[in-house]
Design a protein around this ligand. Structure first.
Ligand code: ZN
Length: 400
């Protein structure tokens, strides 16, 4: 861990926890000691190795709060079928969908999965993501769910990026339980959750609460059981249709409700009142060629805390770039750039309960920063198809 001094920062953009707002500062320097931000000012007093930022933009490293990176292969065949007009049902009938990835993961060795996930983390880091939430959920039996979480744990130990693991045994009903889904819920509650808790390899517990996946009652049961085992609940809510999952999120006091494209007004009010963070995933809407973006203005008017994430997964969204997600949020949801950056850094860190350590550039926080090849914040969505990132600093270490 080296000590660094960043000089000649043109514009610094970050959340300030004291004033509780985003701020921009021009012409500043930052001193980093032992991987932690030690000083920020127009001129800092340090003899550390200098990095000249050449008047460019500096932001916090991105915190991607929703990803599914533990799979073997992409599902580009399915993507091609969809482009030709195949329906979800036709793709499933041809052996596609989540279940396709499940077969792969069940047959894959831990080391095969490890190398795939490791290289995906290289790519996340190169795009400025310094903390990433990672879900299991393509195993759907005790052995393969544990295998997936172990892979996350191992990659996290070996890779510079910070990974936060979420158990998602409730991602879909596996084919062997198609006719008796409640038996699968029993398996999750009686076998998987105790095994996950015993190994201590997941922080969160997530459920796909949606018609055809897990019902409100099943979701309530799985999340409550996880809470008893020490796993903090979050959930996939109201993605394809309104199933009152947001209301359940509020009832259970989960940390985040994700997707929410089809949330009702009552659902928005409920999560606003309960302080549930809405994690919006516009990459999925875009990737599926839909125009069904989450109703951002309604969340903002209700005072809901908003985070952004990629939803990186092999089926419905193969996007790893947070700058691109920010661009989509600005272009399609009419989000203000500054709010989008806050949602992709500080608020997403809050949704992973790590905002005391990462998600903003403040004294005492881990030095996770992006040095851009552009000068101003407003240029991030403007250069939508590009990744103008010059360097990433992770825990005080210059990555490239
Ligand atoms: Zn997801």
């Amino acid at each position: 861990m080296s000590d660094l001094q960043l000089t000649n920062i043109g514009q610094l953009v970050s959340y300030n926890s004291e004033t509780r707002g985003m701020e921009t500062r021009d012409n500043v320097e930052i001193a980093i000691n032992d991987g932690v931000i030690a000083e920020i000012g127009h001129r800092v007093n340090s003899t550390n190795k200098q990095i000249d930022c050449s008047g460019k933009l500096v932001t916090p490293g991105f915190v991607d709060a929703h990803t599914h990176p533990v799979f073997l292969n992409g599902r580009e065949n399915e993507f091609t079928m969809r482009l030709k007009g195949a329906t979800y049902e036709e793709i499933a009938a041809a052996g596609g969908g989540i279940i396709n990835s499940v077969d792969d993961v069940r047959h894959a060795s831990e080391s095969e999965l490890f190398s795939r996930v490791l290289s995906r983390m290289d790519r996340f880091l190169s795009m400025g993501t310094t903390t990433v939430e990672a879900k299991s959920g393509y195993g759907l039996n005790t052995e393969s769910e544990i295998k997936s979480l172990k892979v996350i744990d191992e990659v996290n130990k070996r890779h510079k990026i910070d990974m936060i693991a979420t158990f998602m045994g409730a991602h879909a009903i596996p084919h062997e339980f198609k006719d008796n889904p409640d038996d699968y819920v029993n398996l999750i509650c009686n076998e998987m959750l105790p095994a996950v808790a015993q190994q201590g390899i997941a922080k969160f517990n997530d459920v796909f609460c949606e018609n055809g996946y897990f019902t409100i009652d099943q979701t309530r049961r799985i999340l409550s059981e996880g809470t008893k085992k020490g796993l903090t609940p979050r959930l996939h809510a109201d993605e394809f249709e309104n199933s009152s999952a947001a209301e359940l999120a509020a009832e259970l006091g989960v940390i985040s409700a994700d997707h929410l494209m089809n949330v009702s007004d009552a659902g928005i009010e409920a999560i606003a009142e309960a302080g549930v963070i809405a994690i919006l995933l516009p990459g999925t809407t875009f990737f599926l060629g839909s125009s069904d973006y989450a109703p951002l203005k309604k969340f903002e008017d209700a005072g809901v805390d908003i985070a952004l994430a990629t939803d990186f997964n092999p089926g419905s969204c193969y996007i790893q770039s947070m700058p691109f997600i920010i661009a989509l949020s600005c272009i399609f949801m009419k989000m203000d750039v500054m709010s989008a950056v806050q949602a992709a850094t500080f608020t997403s860190a809050k949704s992973l309960q790590v905002e005391d350590k990462v998600g903003s550039i403040e004294i005492g926080k881990q030095a996770d920063l992006v040095i851009w090849d552009i000068e101003r914040l407003v240029q991030i969505p403007y250069i939508v198809s590009d990744h103008p990132i010059r360097s990433v600093i992770k825990s005080g270490e210059l990555i490239f």
